[in-house]
Design a protein around this ligand. Sequence first.
Ligand code: GDP
Ligand code: MG
Length: 283
Amino acid sequence: MAKTIKQIQEDLKLIDIAIEILDARIPISSQNPNIAKILEGKKKIVILNKCDLSDEKQNDKWMEHFKRKGIEAVLTDSNSGRGINECIKKIELIMEDKLEEQKLKGRVGRKIRVMILGIPNVGKSSFINRIAKKTSANVGNKPGVTRQKQWIRINEKIELLDTPGVLWPKFESQQVGINLALTGSIKEEILDKVELSYNLTKFLLNKYKINLCERYKLDGKYIEEILQRDLPENDNIYEIMQEIGKKRGCIISGGNIDDEKTAKIMLDEFKNGKLGKITLEEV
Ligand SMILES: Nc1nc2c(ncn2[C@@H]2O[C@H](COP(=O)(O)OP(=O)(O)O)[C@@H](O)[C@H]2O)c(=O)[nH]1
Ligand SMILES: [Mg+2]
């Protein structure tokens, strides 16, 4: 960790703007806890990536939130390329004054240098491929730096460090761990699959009941009945998971439900967006 952070800090000295990529489904949990300290004095843009998988209403709310805090933010989908041009424009806009200043000092032709940062799996590589359009050639090695850096040309004004800074995720609470496992930033094996899918089911029943019922063809009335039972909440939620298992034919000998298999289906389907556009963390 210390070595990585040192490398990132070295790299940061070379750049004008840092791009912090977050997962739009978990804008809090996907933040590195030390990012503010790491980026002290640097200009920054926040990218809410995978916005194709997150709830559109929540996307708007998160954008408002960042705006209120005076933080530049952009929603992107690095698979389709949505938001990428907006991001380029934002970089240019943020740097406009500084470039003008340098021009007055006679330093023309200096490019804006940017670097991508983020925890694993938020889409750093995908974003770089998108913004660099893959075809762009490396700008080449620059003299004067100890470790040779590769810069990717974005356009006539911007170049990007080809290696993103991989930050460690937060482990601040169990909920953060669950969110990171559900979205794939930490291996779900770290947590028990059934427990993880239990948490997902509970969350979906609370915020996205329609998505859950539609995906697994659950009778909404029946689900309500289960939830109203005078039993501990755990039992009710577990019963609904069993219902889902039944619908998906996750049966083991003796007619019992295969909890592991049910959990795996739910977790995979959530990750692949089959349960619809869902945001796990609200503003
Ligand atoms: N749906 C969706 N998937 C994405 C997006 N960006 C990246 N991914 C997927 O997320 C996974 C991790 O992406 P990657 O770029 O390797 O993340 P990195 O670890 O931060 O470099 C891959 O399966 C990507 O295809 C996005 O905007 N939308
Ligand atoms: Mg990568």
